[in-house]
Ligand binder design. Structure first.
Ligand code: DGJ
Length: 715
């Protein structure tokens, strides 16, 4: 039984194979007792506080008890206004205008499986058990149901909350976090993923500061700048050792993650919808569901934390037929042609691509309306016959005749002011009557809170998808939200988007969808629920990608990251790297190409063909295996990653800069069975796991942009 309530001690135990999360009812307050390595029992909360403290500063809202104030308790879902005056998880404006909420335990239930969250993406599966705890404030009618689902074999806990109005007056939610955890200590280091367009998700690790650290997006999307993921680690934590607590929000809109050092030496961590600009009225008997968060604890470092995130996102967030199957190697024409293409050029690209082993051609931006640059036509999803005289169907058929599948780019959430759609429906974009409409990339965002706008999008995209055999869709989104007309709008937008995505992706189960947002501006678990891969970044430079992909891979699996070999000199950085180096970096993701094959000599085409063949040989190992980060480009000039699948161990080594006169380094492998036997493919030599982990393999780290792939068969 992964979840147990012990009546005598009033404790809830949530066990996974290697972790435990323990809560206690203390005078009907739900308090946090423990989260860490697996335990059988934890003493009651007062055991840990053998003396009284903080007497004069805290309001005594639990009279007669040693811990006489909620201000001292480690609370599961703190509210504001009686004893606990710290940052609340739930902030309500009551009908009378006050912000007081006092939640007390009402009831709980434990059941197998987990419920879907209405209108929201979330983890799913049978191999789990759920605990619901209801807390109630009889004075205001605020009832909160906390959801805890345990995936025991995956060592994962998920949390969310549903807020209900059980009173007879309306109230407003001003903040409703998905979870709160009061950790028993401070002095953590906080890891977060920061960046910008073409520099997404770089890893930042910094000491926890006094006060509150906030990592958030107010952009209407999860954003290029901050990702909805944080981890708290001990200063000594490494890839293989030490405490790592990871938190990932399954949400694609504005969010906030807060880490607050508290007066009595604890740390309050919470995450959820961005409270700024949020407000949600709940009339009597209405309810509000928060997004879900995935919580992972590892006592053996960041590597294991990541692997646990990878498994749950790969198998219990991503859905559809492409979740487990091989996916096509694609070529995208964006960096090959940008807007300057016609069907002849596209077919020439497809023909060459086919010769080197590519399976699918993606026609990117510019195929519709009169779009020869990014200043018009979004919303007019009608093929441009000047560029493609035979129409999409004709082109698609010709690509299919070459033995290749056909894929198409859309940016369905947008409208260009210069478009037929905008001329017909100028009120369909997000705007405030009378205010100027701020453009980004010469475009406006459609108002996905309006059902008729969502209907237009679903119908327009569906009719194109029905018009010919399209096997892949790239769903782009190139700007942030401005001029939002009311509080709560940003969340309403996301709910509208999720409805649209649910309808389209379930109507076309055989289409592979890849999400994109000006590169990786919406790389989150929410989008991965609808589309199993995301374009990681518009920076396709292989060296830059090492940093971006390692940051992304801290939480998201390799199987979810679009990664392409592009031209040299690279269009974003001007750097020139060999095909093989670019190939290995792209193999640490969903491999594809994005360059004009017509400009390449035969030797380069042969080199590309070799990378494609190599990827095809190992793609299932790469996308289903467990990732071990052996050497990080953040720490040195060599990146090394190891993948253990059911059959093989793959070691990818990418060297960024040259070191002359260097003896071979020894690269120690990880995660093998000490007594296991591993046969190196190139030499046929068989090694014991303990040898490969103890003594390592020789690593030639001399050359600039050199790469190695070592493959071991598991005997
Ligand atoms: C941004 C995407 O990230 C690119 O790959 C490309 O599709 C462009 N948009 C097209 O406008």
């Amino acid at each position: 039984m992964p979840i147990v309530y012990q009546e005598e001690s009033k404790q809830f135990y949530l066990h996974t194979d290697h972790t435990s999360y323990v809560m206690e009812l203390y005078e009907d307050h739900l308090i946090h007792s423990y989260w860490g390595s697996r335990v059988n029992t934890i003493p009651n909360v007062e055991y840990f506080y053998p003396f009284s403290y903080g007497v004069s500063t805290s309001a005594h809202d639990i009279p007669g008890k040693l811990l006489n104030s909620t201000d001292k308790l480690h609370r599961e879902y703190p509210t504001y206004g009686t004893g606990d005056l710290r940052e609340p998880a739930l902030q309500v404006e009551n009908a009378a205008g006050d912000s007081i909420t006092r939640l007390r335990y009402e009831s709980h239930r434990i059941y197998p499986g987990k419920p879907q969250l209405p209108g929201l993406p979330a983890t799913y599966g049978q191999d789990c058990e759920t605990l619901e705890i209801a807390l109630f404030d009889a004075f205001s009618g605020v009832r909160t149901v906390l959801f805890y689902t345990v995936f025991p074999q995956k060592d994962v806990l998920t949390r969310s909350a549903r807020i209900e109005n059980r009173g007879d007056k309306p109230f407003r939610l001003e903040k409703a976090a998905s979870f709160c955890v009061d950790m028993h200590r401070e002095g953590f280091e906080v890891i977060h993923l920061q960046g910008a367009w073409a520099r997404e998700r770089h890893i930042h690790r910094q000491a926890q500061s006094a006060g509150t650290m906030v990592f958030d997006s107010k952009r209407g999307v999860s954003s290029h700048n901050t990702n909805p993921f944080i981890a708290l680690v001990s200063p000594e934590t490494t890839e293989q050792y030490g405490d790592a607590y990871g938190f990932c929000l399954v949400y694609s809109g504005s969010f906030s993650a807060q880490v607050s050092g508290e007066q009595f030496g604890s740390t309050r961590v919470q995450m959820g919808i961005q409270p700024m600009g949020f407000s949600w009225e709940l009339a009597p008997s209405e309810s509000f569901q928060t997004p879900e968060a995935i919580l992972v604890y590892s006592d053996c470092g960041l590597g294991e934390m990541s692997r646990r995130f990878h498994r749950i996102i790969r198998e219990n967030v991503c859905r559809g037929k492409f979740r487990d199957t091989e996916r096509p190697v694609l070529i995208n024409n964006w960096e090959a042609t940008y807007f300057r293409f016609n069907s002849e050029k596209i077919l020439a690209l497809a023909e060459k691509a086919k010769q080197i082993g590519v399976d699918l051609l993606v026609l990117d931006d510019g195929w519709f309306g009169k779009r020869n640059s990014d200043n018009c036509s979004l919303g007019d999803w009608i093929v441009d016959r000047n560029k493609l005289p035979e129409g999409l169907e004709g082109l698609c058929n010709k690509v299919n005749d070459l033995g290749m599948q056909f894929g198409l780019w859309f940016e369905p959430e947008m409208v260009s002011p210069d478009s037929e759609l905008y001329r017909a429906h100028p009120d369909w974009c997000i705007h405030v009557e009378g205010r100027p409409r701020t453009e980004g990339r010469q475009q406006l965002v459609l108002d996905l809170t309006r059902p008729e706008v969502c209907r237009y999008i679903v119908d327009a995209v569906s009719s194109v998808l029905r018009s010919c055999p399209i096997s892949y869709v790239k769903w782009d989104m190139n700007r942030n939200l401005t001029e939002m007309p009311r509080k709560g709008f940003a969340h309403e937008y996301v709910l509208g988007l999720y409805r649209v995505l649910e309808e389209i992706t379930s109507s076309f189960p055989d289409v592979l969808f890849e999400s994109c947002s000006g590169g990786g501006g919406r790389f989150d678990a929410g989008m991965l629920y609808y589309m199993p891969q995301t374009w990681t970044s518009d920076d396709t430079d292989a060296v830059e990608r090492l940093y971006i992909q390692e940051g992304t891979g801290l939480v998201y699996p390799i199987s979810s990251m679009g990664a392409h070999i592009s031209a040299v000199p690279n269009h974003q950085t001007g750097r020139t790297t060999p095909v093989a180096f670019r190939g290995k970096v792209a193999m640490m993701g969903r491999f594809g190409l994005e360059l004009d094959l017509g400009r390449l000599d035969q030797a380069t085409l042969d080199a590309l063909a070799a990378e494609i063949a190599l990827y095809k040989t190992y793609q299932q190992d790469i996308h289903t295996g467990d990732l071990y980060r052996l050497l990080s480009p953040y720490k040195g000039k060599t990146a090394a990653y190891q993948i253990i699948s059911q059959k093989r161990v793959l070691v990818f080594i990418m060297n960024i800069s040259a070191t002359p006169c260097q003896a071979p380094l020894r690269l120690k492998l990880q995660g093998l069975l000490p007594e296991g036997r591993y046969k190196e493919l190139s030499t046929g030599e068989v090694y014991e796991g303990r040898t490969l982990m103890g003594a390592g393999i020789p690593l030639d780290a001399r050359g600039e942009y050199c790469d190695f792939l070592k493959v071991f068969e598991i005997l």
